[in-house]
Design a protein around this ligand. Structure first.
Ligand SMILES: [Zn+2]
Length: 375
């Protein structure tokens, strides 16, 4: 494996979602350039159509990069003046391999991903996909983008050929992003939790994302926190996700209001307003006792899950991201820490709990790191 920390290098990170494909050129320092967002267009076709959309996003990143002053074909950061290694619209074939600079692409995709073989086993965002060799499909599409020999050949202007080098689960990619360029910098063992619609997780042991025996490790959202509790989307009662997922937080406060608890959110609910975690957080900040209680309980459940995780893995740090984490220190992080210190043995209880740093960029940065790791 190449050590990519000592020299500035670039790869392209692609964050595949059910709605959008986000892509960008990422330096080994973790900076993103030349961003592109395209609709995934999953309705219009099968996996090959999505693979073509991914290739199109990569092409657009390279075209955008062509107008910048970054030379991605150079491994020497001193030589950044001049144009980027040229990427041209495909109109003819490459004549010699010496003129071509291969640039790695990494892909984060939702669902159960078999990283070694580049296969999407199953994805809730892509109904009907079963054991899809997505890496092979994307590389077939990228092949079609091969840049032609430029009219004027120079020593410094090589042409870029993108190659998809790695794919992993999107949460594992985000975890890798936080490890290399976010809240996890300087740590070797960590866990990451993303609190969004669902609750995703990633595990890093000794500097590497841990995949388990069959690629399903890190499903921290399905840690049981209440034996006979709310039924999770996975069918099991009492998973963390059934309490800390966005929809579940909303349902919990609605249930309490319907049971007669007072809250400033009762009136908007009566008027048919669809509550969101952000509205609950705003009510809590304005002093609404029930909203504060809902976040305290959410923190408590996360703390219970992290207690088990701390005892099993003894990570140095737990990184918590996603929209719900925006509720912040007082509403969410303090209750989490309080629960962990109440329950865990003294050494595992010392696990640090921090907010993720990269926000929505973690997916692109982490995906790009997949390509650099495989370099
Ligand atoms: Zn579950």
């Amino acid at each position: 494996m190449t050590n990519y920390v000592d020299e500035t290098r670039y790869s392209i990170g692609v964050d595949l979602g059910g709605t959008d494909i986000k892509a960008g050129l990422v330096s080994s320092a973790g900076d993103i350039f030349c961003r592109v967002v395209l609709p995934t267009d999953v309705e219009t076709g099968g996996p090959k159509v999505v693979a073509a959309r991914i290739a199109e996003a990569v092409r657009q990143v390279l075209v955008n990069a062509g107008t910048t002053s970054i030379d991605i074909t150079s491994e020497n950061p001193e030589s950044r003046e001049g144009l980027l290694g040229r990427f041209f619209e495909a109109t003819s074939s490459i004549q010699t391999d010496d003129d071509v600079h291969e640039i790695g692409v990494g892909l984060g995709a939702p669902g159960l991903i078999i990283a070694e073989t580049g296969v999407v086993h199953f994805s809730p965002n892509f109904p009907g996909w079963s054991d899809i060799p997505l890496v092979a499909y994307v590389n077939a599409e990228l092949e079609k983008l091969q840049p032609p020999k430029p009219a004027v050949q120079t020593d410094t202007h090589k042409r870029c050929k993108p190659v998809l080098r790695g794919m992993d689960n999107d949460v594992n990619a985000m975890t890798l992003g936080e490890l290399h360029h976010g809240a996890g910098v300087g740590y070797k063992s960590l866990v990451a939790l993303t609190l969004g619609t669902g609750v995703g997780g990633g595990v890093v042991i000794d500097g590497k994302v841990y995949h388990g025996s069959r690629n399903t490790a890190g499903e921290l959202g399905h840690t049981v926190v209440e034996p006979n509790g709310r039924v999770c989307g996975c069918g099991n009662p009492g998973c963390l996700e059934a309490y800390a997922g966005a929809k579940n937080i909303v349902e919990r406060i609605q249930g309490k209001i319907e049971d007669g608890r007072r809250s400033s959110l009762a009136d908007p609910l009566d008027e048919g307003v669809a509550l969101t975690p952000r509205m609950i957080a705003e009510a809590a900040e304005a002093g609404d006792a029930l909203a504060i209680e809902i976040f305290a309980e959410t923190g408590q459940y996360i703390g219970i899950a992290l207690t088990s995780i701390a005892h099993i893995l003894n990570p140095q740090i737990a990184i918590i991201g996603g929209g719900i984490a925006e509720a912040g220190e007082k509403l969410l992080f303090e209750p989490i820490r309080k629960e962990l210190s109440k329950r865990a043995m003294d050494i595992p209880a010392q696990m640090e709990i921090v907010k993720a740093h990269l926000g929505n960029d973690a997916g692109i940065v982490g995906a790009a790191m997949l390509a650099m790791e495989g370099a």
